[in-house]
Design a binder for this molecule. Structure first.
Ligand code: RB5
Length: 147
């Protein structure tokens, strides 16, 4: 599975920590679209880069990070085809896959410790979409894009 990851300046350290967790998984390839320093960048630009890869199919999933995770998740969810879940705990990470088929995970670098973030990423990667009644609801979410 290929995953595109990106962060603004508020989560560069978390991005590096998450990449170490992703390296634990056999078959996971990571594309890092930045940012790579502490100079301020605008999180919508990072969301756009990550989500472009998910929408095009270059990557199956995306991970977006900013200071709180809020701005970049809002931006990601404006992009057609994206279901971005902002998660601060393992339960919501698992549910975002099982019930919502989230294709992008958002987290906040100023909110989470690296240990918790690592558990969130592992849960998010190991959990599968359950389909069934959840598929009907996800289809309704996606239909909202055309209203
Ligand atoms: C940048 O200072 C900060 O606003 C951003 O990282 C994020 O927290 C926005 O939601």
């Amino acid at each position: 599975m290929k995953i595109t990851i990106g962060s603004d300046h508020g989560a560069v350290d978390l991005k590096e920590a998450v990449k170490k967790v992703l390296a634990e998984f056999d078959g996971v390839e990571v594309k890092d679209v930045g940012t790579f320093g502490t100079d301020a960048v605008d999180y919508p630009d990072i969301a756009e880069k990550v989500c472009a890869d998910v929408v095009s199919g270059e990557s199956e999933r995306g991970i977006v990070l900013c200071g709180t995770g809020i701005g970049i998740s809002i931006a990601a969810n404006k992009i057609h085809g994206i279901r971005c879940a902002l998660c601060h705990d393992v339960y919501t990470a698992q549910m975002s896959r099982e019930h919502n088929d989230a294709n992008v995970l958002a987290m906040g670098g100023r909110v989470l410790g690296f240990g918790v973030a690592g558990k969130i990423v592992r849960a998010w990667l190991k959990s599968e979409f359950e389909g069934g009644r959840h598929a009907r609801r996800v289809n309704k979410i996606m239909a909202l894009e055309n209203k």
